[in-house]
Ligand binder design. Structure first.
Ligand code: T4K
Length: 384
């Protein structure tokens, strides 16, 4: 006998909310030891030992020469956009978090929104090609939901038109394409370590790159435009990471393999629990990609209705999300000027963004929780 759903007046399945993005804190004891060490040392920010170590660890992990840690990924993107001299127009997918677009516009660059490959959710290089004009200076791709973008085709496209190629890799630390880790693709990549991200430093981000000159400019600009000593060489901002953030970041990164395994198991349990359920499809990695399983993404067909499913789950205290509905091009201020921001229709972006639901996963969600969430979805699907 199935239980009475909360939308039918039953008790919610969960007494406490299940979140998408409940922070992973894999080794609290070690994180606290390091935080205390930073406080005792009275070196709290500005290139202390933990920030230096975190930068080294991240560069090694990504397999690149340079890493500049920052206070968050949005500022890292802004500094990178400015340091790389991007101007005019930059082609980017509409189907991403709004920060990817806003950071470009904030720096005076026009984001031109590109459609996605519906199969992967990532930028479609064939569509990107159609948007390149004499004003285009770069491509800002995104490894959406931690699934690496088509890096080979994008490198060819950028090479053909002489464009800079960057990756917003906010979701993708720990993922790899054809066995090569995210972090070393394009001219530079940007990680996010926001609390809700796979690896967190409360708030934080990093630029990783093999480009010596670009790294030097980013490093200077994230420190008020200063170089060695007090010498100021350009306009800069304050994008520095704190020692406390780095202490947390180092501890998270040390445990990344464990976190990937925890998330993989939950994804697998969702896959098994939702197999054969009509009207829902769980998005799985394509064969060329290894992913960190940071997000569990379900596509919901019209027979169930995405918004109906989300409402029913939320009534059960399962706080499902709809990232990245409705797509940047249908969001303020971009929606007001399609000729400038979205000159071509984006049918795949609109179709997918109207269907996606993100389900809770990570260390805050047990395998039994996952089974219960699947059971709720099965019940809702059965009455569609
Ligand atoms: N590029 C991409 C592709 C991105 O996705 C993002 C950020 C960025 C760039 C920019 O990175 P940062 O500048 O943030 O480093 C979140 C995050 O704020 C944002 O980092 C993230 N992407 C975006 C996809 O999601 P919200 O508004 O959905 O998060 P929030 O605060 O509602 O939290 C989500 C859930 O987690 C809630 O149910 C509450 C729970 N939660 C949250 C926090 C912060 C906790 O349980 N504990 C917590 O400490 O935006």
């Amino acid at each position: 006998m199935s239980r009475k759903l909360a939308i039918d007046g039953g008790e919610p399945a969960f007494a406490e909310p299940l979140h998408v993005g409940r922070p992973n804190v894999p080794d609290e004891k070690r994180a606290l030891e390091r935080i205390k060490e930073a406080i005792d040392r009275r070196w709290l920010t500005a290139f202390g030992p933990f920030v230096k170590q975190f930068e080294r660890d991240l560069a090694d992990y990504a397999g690149v020469r340079h890493c500049i840690a920052t206070c968050n990924a949005s500022i890292a993107l802004q500094v990178l956009i400015r340091a790389a001299g991007l101007r005019g127009e930059v082609v980017m997918p509409s189907f991403t978090f709004i920060a990817t677009a806003h950071t470009l516009l904030w720096e005076g660059v026009t984001p031109v929104f590109c459609d996605i490959d519906e199969r992967t959710g990532n930028i479609d290089p064939a569509h990107a090609r159609k948007l390149i004009t004499e004003r285009t200076t770069g491509i800002m791709a995104v490894h959406l939901y931690g699934h690496p973008a088509p890096t080979e085709e994008l490198a060819d496209l950028a090479g053909e038109f002489g464009l800079r190629l960057f990756y917003d890799s906010a979701h993708a630390i720990g993922s790899a394409r054809f066995g090569r880790r995210v972090g070393g693709f394009g001219d530079a990549e940007v990680y996010s370590f926001h609390a809700t991200k796979f690896i967190n430093s409360f708030e934080g981000g990093a630029v990783v790159t093999d480009d010596d000159e670009l790294a030097e400019r980013v490093r200077s600009m994230h420190n008020y435009g200063r170089g060695e000593g007090e010498y100021v060489s350009s306009v800069g901002t304050n994008a520095k990471m704190t020692e406390i953030a780095a202490a947390m970041g180092i501890t998270s990164l040390e445990n990344i393999d464990h976190l990937i395994e925890v998330n993989r198991q939950r994804h697998e349990r969702y896959r098994a629990g939702l197999e054969g359920v009509p009207g829902v499809v769980l998005r799985c990695p394509s064969p060329e990609n290894d992913v960190n399983y940071q997000y569990v993404v379900l596509e919901v067909g019209p027979e169930i209705g995405r918004d109906r499913l989300v409402a029913a789950l939320r009534a059960e205290n399962v706080l499902a999300r709809t990232h990245f509905h409705p797509g940047c091009h249908r969001t303020e201020p971009y929606v007001r000027d399609p000729a400038r921001f979205a000159p071509l229709p984006l049918p795949h972006t609109e179709a997918l963004s109207d269907r996606v639901v993100l389900l809770p996963t990570g260390t805050g969600v047990s395998l039994t929780d996952v089974e219960q969430v699947c059971e709720i979805i099965r019940q809702i699907a059965a009455r569609a």
